[in-house]
Design a protein around this ligand. Sequence first.
Ligand code: PGA
Length: 251
Amino acid sequence: MYLGANWKMNLFRNEAISLYSEIVKLGTTNNNCELIVFPSIIHLSELTAVDPKHLGSQNHAESEGFGAFTGEVSLQQIRDIGISTVLIGHSERRELFHENNEVIKTKLSHALNMGFHVVFCCGEGEIDRRNGTYLDFVSSQIKHAFSNISKEMMQNVVIAYEPIWSIGTGNTANNDQIEEMHSFIRKQINDMYSINTANQIRIIYGGSCNANNAASIFSIQDVDGGLIGGASLKLDSFAKIIEAACSHTLK
Ligand code: PGA
């Protein structure tokens, strides 16, 4: 199982250090679960002193090197502090920061070319869900992002399916909806690459996953873990989610 904690723009420095330290202790006692925490970028460097292995960056600049990009952080700078995982394509970046499919494709190909592991997010909004066009929508997000990504590079990719209508709303997708989309995504990877790539890739679910529903979601066919926002900000709820993930065999 693969578990990501997306802290978004939350927590003070001391809170981040203490929560991350506790999470690392829980995560490293069980080998069945790969655990990556995405804190605010400002805390990344300091948290590497606790343990760099379980950290990822929520964002990076579209441009890979240095340059005149005020306020941005580059992949080279992220790698320089010992971080090897990045999150790309989150719906909040797409919607609030206007990252379209083209920007996401560039960020993805730079990160994979530099040897990063990537958690790539996709997912439809409420209108596509209601109109029945949600499979097409997610399919086009994936086709666009991965159009110039090789089969070898796919070994470093985890896909997070996150329906926008379920993120932070408490309105979790139901098990049938999750199963349908995850098996669809796996089939799409099979069509674009190979059966081996499709079988190996981890497809995780995000969107109001919490301590009460995690075990049920993780037991769904084709679900290989979760990307957790709100419920990863409190140790008691995230500890229960880690426990639910760790009781499954490694994928
Ligand atoms: P949520 O967020 O768990 O708070 O719904 C998930 C995410 O945005 O990755």
